[in-house]
Design a protein around this ligand. Structure first.
Ligand code: ITT
Length: 197
């Protein structure tokens, strides 16, 4: 069965396609970048549903959409749903992470705790809607490192690494990120729903 993946972010397409292949799902996930709906929800789940519903209506096929971001504790969860355009509407990843580092530099917070969040919505025309969520706790680096991944990866240090050998996700391989990320955790919860289509 075909499922459309509603996103304009090529990095999300790559990551989710790799995860779907690894999970050996009996579905074919096809990237879909049709008209972009207005993402005016107030939560990751609402925005993921807005994107998945729009694609399901346009194609008549089951549709999946990811809404994600980085949530910084000392900023009360910001940038959160505004992560893609934290430094302006251009969705400039370098400007976004530099602004976030500047904001943290002005605050005394030795922990710099943060988490990546991914909410994936599945909308099946005529059947129903689901959302699943994955969280990846960690902290913000003092400066960017690594050129892998996308978005805030160069400034995010996931918890659980060997002390003294911590790396940002920008320094991780795609396979390492696939095995641990917020998106991987959300996708794990989505697998049984896709398998049951
Ligand atoms: P679509 O809405 O078209 O899917 P988008 O990139 O605008 O693409 P979001 O509104 O969900 O999607 O914004 C997600 C932003 O959160 C993304 O642009 C990054 O800045 C950040 N982000 C999410 N997942 C990330 C990851 O795995 N690594 C680094 N940054 C991530």
């Amino acid at each position: 069965r075909r499922v459309v993946l509603a996103t304009h972010n090529a990095h999300k397409v790559e990551e989710l396609q790799r995860m779907a292949t690894a999970a050996r799902l009996p579905v074919e996930i096809v990237a879909y970048d049709g008209p972009e709906p207005v993402e005016d929800g107030v939560s990751f789940a609402q925005n993921a549903l807005i994107k998945a519903r729009a694609a399901a209506i346009h194609t008549g096929l089951p549709a999946v959409a990811d809404d994600s971001g980085i949530c910084v504790d000392v900023l009360g969860g910001s940038p959160g749903i505004f992560s893609a355009y934290w430094a302006g509407q251009r969705k400039d990843a370098v400007a976004n992470l530099e602004l976030l580092l500047d904001q943290l530099a002005d605050i005394r917070d030795p922990h710099r705790a943060a988490q990546f969040v991914s909410t994936i919505a599945l909308v099946v025309p005529g059947e129903g809607e689901h959302t699943v969520e994955g969280r990846w706790p960690g902290r913000l680096a003092l400066a960017p490192a690594g050129a892998g991944g996308f978005g805030y990866d160069p400034i995010f240090i996931p918890d659980g690494q060997r002390p003294g050998a911590e790396r940002t996700v920008g320094e991780w391989s795609p396979a390492e990120k696939d095995a641990a990320s917020h998106r991987a955790r959300a996708f794990d919860a989505l697998v049984p729903l896709l398998a049951a289509l």
